[in-house]
Design a protein around this ligand. Structure first.
Ligand SMILES: Cc1ncc(COP(=O)(O)O)c(C=O)c1O
Length: 451
């Protein structure tokens, strides 16, 4: 049993947060406590806004332990053939999302890798992706020796600027990979319209968006294939793990077979339908996921209510811009709470100093990603012997200019992230976050002169 957050404690913090929120239609804002805003910032030796930790992650109940022990004693730890818990979780996750099929994998990266293989993406093909994402989205494209083509970010939403996709398509474009970053859905109306017009398949990277919804449909089910990660930090977690969702029986059969060494559908141990590899999830992971899944909805509702309240608070602070949601978003998965920091409203203190000051006030935070399109390893790969064999000198020479993402470069300098676990506690935790930011703003001049 997790010593930090038992079920009783979790429920008590949830109800303390949720009761009285009155968030169904309009958010009820409590006036900010006079609090410590006038006091010296913690980074300059003052008292921090907060000393209490935010909720711990993962949340572990007795049922997780029971599920785990059941696998141990059944002694079928590998899913070979059908798999008891892996099959149960595939059915449950597909049902939860409203998809026809689910195939679980060892992690999110291998779910994306399998999906690219299902579409036959390979050397000489181009794949559209955003530059504001975790490196795995790029790595799987390079694993296929395909050419990544970056479409700039909409700084307001932190998502791929879907209106800029069409201009990046060529006769070599093989698929579009939008990423619902932080759980905030991409503008899927535009993505799907472009995809339909150009007859291109879409792989949704929903690795951070377990409860995201676009027009009341769960993200991952809108494109041809959708991928999830169940890595430790994720809102649905088994340490490592992944899943592919699809409504297409051919894709389903390919993915099922590919992650199991290309085995044929009959379950025969040594009959192969295709080349494949071993990307199987273990029964232990699936048993944990089945238990964690029973809490996902309740936890997600708390995150959403808290995030909604926090957004109302932060919108009142000049220089702080929470990530915008597109009109079609009916639900944000809130793996991250993302905002932009404008130092002009904070006496020009650099973001790094702002982040340090927030940490000292007891508010965990991060500056997020750096531009993926500028990663030195990517340049090295594009200039490698293998890439030079497949792409012309001109193509490689022009790649950098073609892939410039100035909006994303700017976003990478102004982004601030809070983590999903920070949204799991009571509403007063959100007050603390807002109070810490206001305190730093009030003392920004002193912070600048004493840095
Ligand atoms: C957007 C995105 N894509 C892909 C992945 C890869 O998932 P995994 O770590 O499970 O391989 C992650 C994981 O952090 C992610 O955030």
């Amino acid at each position: 049993m997790d010593s930090h957050l038992t079920r009783r404690h979790f429920l008590s913090t949830v109800s303390a947060g949720a009761v009285g929120l009155g968030l169904a239609d309009g958010v009820t804002l409590r006036p900010l406590p006079a609090g410590s805003i006038g006091e010296k910032p913690a980074i300059l030796g003052g008292r921090p806004v907060r000393t209490e930790p935010f909720p711990a992650w993962p949340v572990v109940h007795e049922s997780d332990e029971k599920g785990w022990m059941e696998v141990l004693h059944r002694k079928d730890w590998c899913r070979a053939g059908n798999g008891h818990f892996t099959t149960q979780f595939e059915d449950a996750w597909a049902r939860t999302l409203g998809a026809k099929y689910c195939v679980v994998t060892s992690c999110g990266t291998t779910a994306l890798y399998t999906s690219l293989n299902a579409l036959g993406v390979g050397p000489g093909d181009e794949v559209i992706l955003p530059p504001y994402t975790f490196v795995a989205t790029l790595n799987v494209i390079l694993m296929q020796f395909a050419l990544p083509v970056f479409v700039d970010t909409d700084r307001e939403s932190f998502q791929i600027d879907a209106r800029k996709i069409e201009a990046k398509l060529t006769s070599r474009t093989r698929c579009i990979m939008p990423v619902h970053l932080g759980g905030n859905p991409v503008d899927m109306d535009v993505v799907l319209e472009v995809a339909r017009k150009h007859k291109l398949p879409v792989i949704e990277d929903a690795c951070q968006a377990h409860t995201g919804e676009w027009r009341h449909r769960r993200v991952s089910t809108l494109g041809d294939l959708g991928c999830f990660s169940f890595q430790a930090s994720k809102n649905l977690n088994s340490g490592e793990g992944g899943a592919i969702l699809t409504n297409d029986p051919a894709h389903h059969e390919f993915c099922r077979s590919f992650q199991d060494q290309g085995r044929g559908p009959a379950g025969a141990a040594f009959a192969y339908a295709r080349q494949g590899t071993n990307l199987r999830m273990t029964e232990f992971q699936a048993a944990l996921l089945l238990q964690q899944l029973t809490r996902l909805e309740e936890q997600s509702q708390v995150r959403e209510q808290n995030a909604q309240y926090l957004t109302r608070l932060l919108r009142e602070i000049p220089g702080i811009s929470p990530a915008r949601m597109y009109e079609g978003t009916t639900r944000n998965g809130y793996h991250l709470y993302m905002l932009r920091y404008d130092k002009a409203h904070f006496a020009d203190i650099p973001r790094t100093r702002f982040l340090e000051a927030l940490e000292k006030e007891g508010i965990p935070c991060a500056g997020g990603y750096s531009p993926l399109d500028k990663e030195p390893f990517l340049k090295k790969m594009l200039n490698s012997r293998i890439y030079r064999k497949m792409y012309s000198e001109r193509e490689i020479a022009e790649w950098e200019e073609r892939n410039a993402c100035p909006e994303n470069d700017r976003l990478c300098e102004e982004a601030v992230w809070f983590f999903q676990t920070m949204l799991l506690g009571p509403q007063r935790d959100m007050d603390d976050i807002a109070e810490a930011i206001r305190k730093i703003q009030k003392h920004a001049g002193e912070l600048r002169s004493q840095s």
